[in-house]
Design a protein around this ligand. Structure first.
Ligand SMILES: Cc1cc2nc3c(=O)[nH]c(=O)nc-3n(C[C@H](O)[C@H](O)[C@H](O)COP(=O)(O)O)c2cc1C
Length: 325
């Protein structure tokens, strides 16, 4: 091994989210990677940092009516409707029948009441196959006229506080971009005991078929993902990073190493790759190798050295909504 090869191998890409240790700073986004089994034949499983499983609820859900996916320029609209078999079946079958893999497994919990989040988390987190929990708080609260948990800082705080008492495993709270002040929600989640924040979930969107005059999604509205939302996501990470001390898992439209680097520089400790996996399952591996090469070329030894290092100067330091145009 030459000197430069040795240095290359020595680049440290490992990160920690709470007590969760990842060999690589790359998670596969919830709902975009199944449990990882379908992808395992096409990738090097040892190079996948972690897989966030599809969100699970207390009771089974059939999901929304079709169509559930619409391709858009540089992105995808989805309205799956949290289809899942419910926690009982999920634990007995989906989780129990999984092949052991070298990646970390993060269970994702969704719910329609504060109690449901706590109940599902308690049951899921008790399983040894689960290394950490991600809370998908982009769900409507049936007790408050369907207001989305993630859109109300206090409601987010209530969920996180209750869930926090149910597990000592790393708790990642996934924030929604569909808010006016994402930093306020982030602060509540941190105060309530979150170990890390996932930033961001999908952006609300809609598409209409001009032939039929009908919405192109069965659910009428959906969530936009993919490169179209990347600048929104990078800004959200930047704003959240300045508001909290806990680590951030940046996500939204990451397809290349350059995309990933933007998130680290904006303040993300780790990243998550979702929609890109539908295009090419080898994208996460290429990003890992690209990160290694980027750090090595700059004589840097660890990914942590670039986190939050975007040099935004005066323009970045001010809050000036509306002045950009
Ligand atoms: C088809 C699809 C299903 C998704 N399902 C979930 C889900 O069950 N729970 C969740 O928290 N996020 C879900 N997401 C959001 C992704 O995990 C991710 O946060 C978002 O798509 C932004 O990242 P991306 O642009 O890399 O996909 C889903 C996204 C897509 C495209």
């Amino acid at each position: 091994m030459s000197g430069s090869q040795a240095a290359y191998a020595a680049v440290d890409l490992s990160v920690k989210l709470g007590t969760l240790e990842l060999a690589y700073p790359t998670l596969m986004g919830s709902g975009c990677y199944g449990s990882g089994e379908e992808f395992a034949p096409f990738v090097d499983p040892a190079k996948i940092g972690g897989v966030v499983l599809k969100s699970v609820t207390q009771r089974p859900r059939l999901g929304n009516r079709a169509p559930r996916l619409v391709a858009t320029p540089s992105g995808m609209l989805n309205a799956i409707g949290l289809q899942n078999p419910g926690i009982d079946w999920y634990l007995e079958h989906d989780l129990a029948e999984r092949v052991p893999r070298p990646w970390k497994t993060i269970g994702s919990v969704a719910g329609f009441s504060v109690d449901e989040y706590a109940y599902v988390t308690q049951r899921l987190a008790a399983r040894p196959e689960i290394d950490a929990i991600e809370l998908n708080v982009s769900c409507p609260n049936v007790a408050a006229e369907g207001e989305t948990f993630a859109c109300d800082p206090k409601l987010t705080g209530r969920v996180v506080r209750l869930v926090r008492d149910t597990t000592e495993k790393t708790l990642i709270v996934k924030l929604s971009p569909n808010v006016t002040d994402i930093a306020a929600v982030a602060r509540e989640a941190e105060d309530a005991g979150a170990d890390a924040l996932a930033v961001i979930n999908t952006v609300r969107g809609m598409a209409i078929d001009v032939g039929t005059w009908r919405p192109r999604l069965g659910n009428v509205t959906g969530g936009l993902s993919g490169p179209a939302i990347r600048p929104i996501a990078v800004l959200a990470v930047y704003e959240v990073a300045r508001a909290v001390k806990i680590p951030i898992v940046g996500q939204g439209g990451i397809e290349t190493v350059t995309d990933a680097l933007e998130f680290f520089l904006a303040g993300a400790t780790a990243i998550s790759i979702g929609t890109a996996n539908f295009i090419d399952p080898r994208i996460p591996e290429r990003i890992v190798e690209g990160l290694r090469a980027y750090l090595d070329q700059r004589g840097l030894l660890s990914i942590g050295q670039i986190v939050g290092q975007a040099n935004c100067g005066f323009a970045g330091a001010r809050r000036c909504e509306g002045r950009e145009g």
